[in-house]
Design a protein around this ligand. Structure first.
Ligand SMILES: *[C@@H]1O[C@H](CO)[C@@H](O)[C@H](O)[C@H]1NC(C)=O
Ligand SMILES: *[C@@H]1O[C@H](CO)[C@@H](O)[C@H](O)[C@H]1NC(C)=O
Length: 183
C-alpha cells in the first residue's frame, strides 16, 4: 500500500521533469507555460499569397511550419535589443513570448523560411514593404494587456495562380457594397 504511493509519487515527479524539459527544448511549440519572464504574447499568421498581392484574399493559404522572427532595435544606435523566432502551426498561426517592455524601440516581425518551394519569396526584402510588419510591444502607449497581434505576413508564390484575376474582379465590389449599406 505505502509502496505503491511512493511509486506513484516518484513517477509523477519523473513525468513532471520530462514535461519541463520538453517545454524548454521546444519553447515555441508550447508557449502557454506559466513563466514570470515574459511580458507579451505576440500572435500572427503566415500565408502563402498565390496572387503576389501582399494582402489577404480568399486565395491566401495559411502555411504550416513556416519560420518567423521578431526583432527590436534602438532607432538611433540600431542596437538590437531582442530577437525571437517561432514556427507556425497547422492553421498558419505562430506565437512568441516576448521578454521586457520595448518602448522607444522599433520592433518588427519578418519571414525567415517557407515550408513550400513553390511559395517562398519574401516580399520587399529590406524595402519599405517591411513597414507593415511593425509591432507595438510596450504598455506605455495606451495599449494594455499581454496579447499583441502582428500583421499577417505573406510568402509570395513563384507563379501567379490563374484564379487571381477573377478574385481581384470580385474584390472590387466590396467597397461599393459597403457604400450602399451605409447610405
Ligand atoms: C494554432 O495557433 C492558434 C493561435 O495560437 C490557435 O488558436 C489554434 O488553435 C492553433 N491550432 C492548432 C491546430 O494547434
Ligand atoms: C470570398 O469568399 C466568400 C465565401 O466563400 C465569398 O462570400 C466572398 O464573396 C469571396 N470574396 C471575394 C472577393 O471573392
Amino acid at each position: 500500500m505505502g509502496k505503491s504511493i511512493v511509486i506513484f509519487i516518484a513517477s509523477a515527479i519523473f513525468l513532471f521533469g520530462i514535461t519541463q524539459a520538453y517545454d524548454k527544448f521546444i519553447p515555441n511549440k508550447k508557449p502557454f507555460v506559466e513563466s514570470d519572464n515574459y511580458q507579451f504574447i505576440l500572435e500572427g499568421i503566415v500565408y502563402c499569397d498565390p496572387c503576389r498581392a501582399e494582402f489577404k484574399t480568399n486565395l491566401s493559404q495559411p502555411l504550416d511550419d513556416a519560420r518567423v522572427g521578431m526583432q527590436c532595435r534602438h532607432p538611433e544606435t540600431e542596437q538590437i535589443t531582442i530577437t525571437v523566432s517561432a514556427s507556425t502551426n497547422s492553421t498558419g498561426y505562430y506565437n512568441m513570448l516576448i521578454e521586457g517592455d520595448h518602448e522607444n524601440e522599433i520592433c518588427e516581425t519578418f519571414l525567415i523560411r517557407s515550408p513550400r518551394e513553390d511559395c517562398n519569396e519574401i516580399p520587399n526584402e529590406g524595402g519599405h514593404g517591411r513597414e507593415s510588419s511593425r509591432v507595438t510591444l510596450t504598455n506605455n502607449n495606451g495599449i494594455s494587456g499581454k496579447y499583441r497581434d502582428a500583421n499577417p505576413l505573406f510568402f509570395l508564390a513563384k507563379k501567379v495562380a490563374p484564379e487571381c484575376a477573377q478574385e481581384f474582379k470580385e474584390m472590387e465590389y466590396i467597397p461599393e457594397l459597403k457604400d450602399i449599406n451605409q447610405a
